[in-house]
Design a protein around this ligand. Structure first.
Ligand code: ADP
Length: 609
């Protein structure tokens, strides 16, 4: 298709060349014909103008110089010759066949007597070039001689057609020759084109090998080199791009790892840039300060904080000029989250490449409410313990002093004093036992010392010991302990403290003639140790708090009994350490039922015959 177009272009180009050459030639011919007519006509008109009027106008027609001139004319462009009087009347004339002499008036002024003019006949008739000269009779102006020639036109004559044909023939013959020569020259380019197309289909994977002979070989060699250069450059760029993609992935992986670490840590993290504007905040910030993290980004301290203390603390890190050591942290209560206390610590962030370069500040906000609370609780705990120890000690001191003094002689007083001292010592012992157990738990220094316990026997023993102390209260004690229950793995001493506390409470908070029942039940997956009493019961509000250390109900029946509020918290802790649950079922006035549920996990139980 492309070759056909090339051939067509060549044919059109050759036709155009022929046309241009023919036009130039014809134009040249035309102007030389006009020149010839002009010189011939002017000369002839002048020549005839020198002949006297009489001779031209009056002599016998056959003898007239005009006639002689007309007949002797061999010029194909000659059209007419006419002698006219001064008033325009034709006196003598010669014309070519078919020519009608135009009757256009001539100029009367002497200056226009001699000259030439173009006479346009209109229609499709050829115009004339007319030459005219004045005629004189004895020195007097008598008329004109007018000579008309056909104005040469652009049409081709027979002669001219054959000339143009002769010119066109070699050009036409040369065109296919040029065409074939051109195709010969273009062939290597076509081959290169096909090869490049093939390479593109192969996806540019292969080496480029292009060959051409002749004039084009140098160009093709350079072209091949250029393509090879481009290929290797593209390969380099692809390698670079792969490297960049890998490092970008690595960076984003590292960034997401750092971000996930910052998200996970329990503290709120704020990163300030060199100008002190916030560039990163982790989600904990919103929770801690009660401000939307998005609202903080890009803001400087003065834009998000009004506390002068915080502003002055952060200002010490501004523009990286931290003089001296990192200042001590400050504590504050956030304006929008007044329920907590926050500790703020800031650290300058140094560039890993240059330690003198400070990139910004890392601000860590730590919720210290729980620490404050536990500090407070510890103080309260010590005060409570001191108080609980002091009360029985006062009683002991009072009675021992009385026994040594005068009252010691009275037998009845001695019996009363010994009983009271015994009770107070027991109370002190139980308190100290509980305190020791709690302290051990809190210090983490009391890992469970588990051993196989025959649970029925163990409970029977505990029940008998405790029921002794409750004998005087007129209570009914019942045990419901199946003998065939599997042995369990538990810390005997701890379990004893737990059961003792439950039984002691069941006795303490009972009613006259009430009952205390200790039962043991075994299910597929657990065993239940159940202590039931028919005592004062526990209100729903108290049920929420009775496991807290030192909590005692405000109920006056409770307050009437001695106690220190540590028993149930200890029971709860012991049961949890054994992986069990403490279940309470109680209603005020109806008694209470505490269940210690211990799982029969593998290794925990063993069969006892
Ligand atoms: P306390 O030394 O006061 O008995 P505990 O921790 O053993 O401390 O008990 C906490 C509180 O729970 C008691 O003060 C009492 O109000 C309530 N309580 C515990 N056991 C019983 C029970 N069996 N019947 C009624 N109230 C009980």
């Amino acid at each position: 298709m492309r070759n056909e177009r090339l051939g067509l272009i060549m044919i059109l180009a050759s036709l155009l060349v022929i046309g241009v050459i023919a036009t130039l030639l014809l134009n040249n011919q035309l102007s030389s014909r006009e020149d010839r007519i002009r010189s011939q006509g002017t000369n002839l008109a002048r020549l005839l103008g020198e002949i006297p009027w009489e001779q031209l106008a009056n002599t016998d027609e056959r003898q007239s110089p005009l006639q002689i001139m007309g007949e002797s004319q061999g010029d194909p462009d000659f059209a007419y010759g006419v002698v006219v009087s001064a008033d325009g009347q034709a006196r003598r004339q010669v014309t070519e066949p078919g020519v009608i002499i135009p009757s256009d008036p001539l100029p009367q002024e002497p200056s226009g007597w001699l000259g030439e003019r173009i006479i346009d006949q209109g229609d499709s008739r050829r115009p004339f070039i007319e030459f005219h000269a004045p005629l004189f009779s004895q020195g007097e102006f008598s008329g004109y001689i007018r000579l008309g020639y056909f104005k040469p036109s652009f049409g081709l004559s027979q002669q001219e057609i054959s000339f143009v044909a002769t010119l066109a023939l070699p050009i036409f013959l040369l065109t296919p020759l040029f065409y074939f020569m051109l195709r010969m020259e273009v062939r290597p380019l076509r081959q290169v084109n096909q090869r490049v197309e093939q390479l593109l289909e192969e996806g540019g994977a292969n080496r480029v090998e292009l060959h051409a002979s002749g004039e084009l070989s140098e160009f093709i060699d350079r072209f091949t080199n250029y393509i090879e250069f481009s290929r290797s450059r593209i390969a380099d760029l692809e390698n670079e791009q792969r490297g960049l993609v890998t490092s970008t992935k690595l960076l984003s992986y590292r960034q997401s790892r750092v971000e996930s670490v910052l998200k996970t840590i329990p503290d709120a993290i704020v990163v300030l840039d060199e100008a002190g504007a916030i560039s990163y905040v982790n989600p904990k910030v919103s929770m801690m300060l009660g401000i939307d993290a998005e609202d903080l980004r890009g803001k400087t301290a003065s834009e998000w904080c009004i506390s002068p203390e915080i502003l002055s603390y952060l200002s010490r890190f501004e523009s990286g000029h931290l003089s001296g050591n990192v200042p001590d942290p400050i504590r504050f209560t956030p304006e929008l989250n007044k329920s907590i206390t926050v500790e703020m610590r800031a650290y300058p962030l140094f560039s890993p490449k240059n330690e003198a370069d400070v990139l910004g500040t890392l601000v860590v906000l730590h919720d210290v409410s729980k620490e404050q609370q536990s500090d407070r609780s510890r103080g309260e705990f010590v005060a409570q313990v001191a108080h609980e120890l002091k009360t029985p000690l006062n009683v002991l001191s009072l009675y021992s002093e009385s026994l040594i003094g005068e009252d010691g002689g009275d037998e009845a007083f001695r019996v009363e004093a010994v009983n009271i001292i015994h009770d107070e010592v027991e109370r002190l012992a139980s308190l100290i036992n509980n305190l020791l157990a709690i302290t051990n738990f809190e210090l983490g220094s009391s890992p469970l010392n588990k051993q196989r316990i025959r649970i029925s026997e163990f409970l029977e023993d505990a029940f008998n010991n405790i029921s002794q102390s409750g004998k005087g209260k007129g209570l009914q004690f019942t045990m419901d302990l199946p003998k065939e229950v599997n042995a369990i793995n538990a810390d005997k001493e701890m379990l004893r403290i737990a059961v003792n506390n439950l039984l002691t409470n069941a006795i303490k908070y009972n009613r006259p003639n009430g009952s205390v029942i200790l039962a043991l039940e075994e299910a597929d997956k657990y065993i239940d140790i159940i202590v039931t009493d028919t005592g004062i019961g526990i209100s729903p509000e108290d049920q929420k708090n009775i496991y807290e250390k030192f909590y005692r109900s405000d109920n006056e029946d409770v307050r009437a009994q001695p106690g220190h509020g540590l028993g149930l918290s200890l029971v709860q802790e012991i049961v949890l350490l054994h992986g069990g649950r403490l279940i309470l079922d109680s209603a005020p006035g109806k008694g209470s039922r505490f269940t210690i549920r211990l799982n029969k996990s593998s290794g925990n139980m063993g069969f006892v015959a």
